[in-house]
Design a protein around this ligand. Sequence first.
Ligand SMILES: Cc1ncc(COP(=O)(O)O)c(C=O)c1O
Length: 351
Amino acid sequence: MSAFATTATAAIDALVQPHLLDLQPYATARHEFAGTAEVYLDANESPFNTALNRYPDPAQKDLRTEIALQKGLRLEQVFTGQGSDEAIDLLTRLCCRPGKDEVIVCPPTYGVYAIAARLQQAKVVEVPLTADFQLDVASILAASSANSKILWLCSPNNPTGNLMEEAAILELLRAFPGLVVVDEAYIDFAQSKSWSSVLADFPRLVVLQTLSKGWGLAALRLGMAFAHPRLIELLQRIKSPYNLSGPSQQTALERLQNATETHKQIDLLVAERQQLATDLSQLPSVLQVYPSQANFLLVRFQNARATYELLLQNGILVRDRSTVPGCNGCLRISIGTPTENQKLLQILLQA
Ligand SMILES: Cc1ncc(COP(=O)(O)O)c(C=O)c1O
């Protein structure tokens, strides 16, 4: 092992709950045997072929290999789980000692980071985004301590839609003492390269992505974490053995290998986002449409609650964020099909 690799592993191990460092994971029946057998009588499965009677690959090797190939990473840098929500939960449980450790979140942002921390009895330290929804680097660093195990960043951010400035993330990667997680759930809609391209430089960096948004597979529950191999190894160790079903692994693999339709859909949604932003900004009831690099728009209305109700009466559900600090008077509107977006605009013309 090179000196860098040793230091990187030590830096990661220092952030992990000590009792998990030598946890022996459950060894599935197939762990001990990598080849193929003629008859499988080792796992108490049903012998009758239903196409679903065998346990799936607990290490998800084929899927992770394909993801690694597409992302320019190595298999050992890729974790796959039940949505990025599973990775958020596992990272929190891996690192945070109940009652002792803390995570830093930058609201307004995705709510699951704080919920995962509370489930683990970790303290949630909030350092709000600035008025233009950027990271307040100085306050984040001032709020951090030796017990700050995870800093949750979301770029493009939910619900604001903007990317975080590169210089701010770089500064945090250098100075924050814990894991820096960049959640890129909406990266497929953004004009930006993934932070996974600098994983080799920052052993405490974790990047999250998902097939739930641009890939149109929210029901599949397929999320990814990209990180240093040591961290991936630890996540693999604490996950439940068969966290991804066979059909999920298979469907995800097929979709990743046949991405033409997905790319077309993403292009269409990005074009619709631009058009909808322009059209919305001309409506009298709209005060502000925030720039978005995601598949939704954060929109400030003169009367958000009344607008929400009006849309609902006309069969359109949007997300009311009007009481979230930093998002006063705002609704978050996902980009729909061109027909759906037109319907939305027509109803808003009445507001
Ligand atoms: C920022 C962000 N991260 C993660 C997720 C969860 O994604 P998944 O469906 O992969 O669990 C969401 C879902 O809305 C999200 O907005």
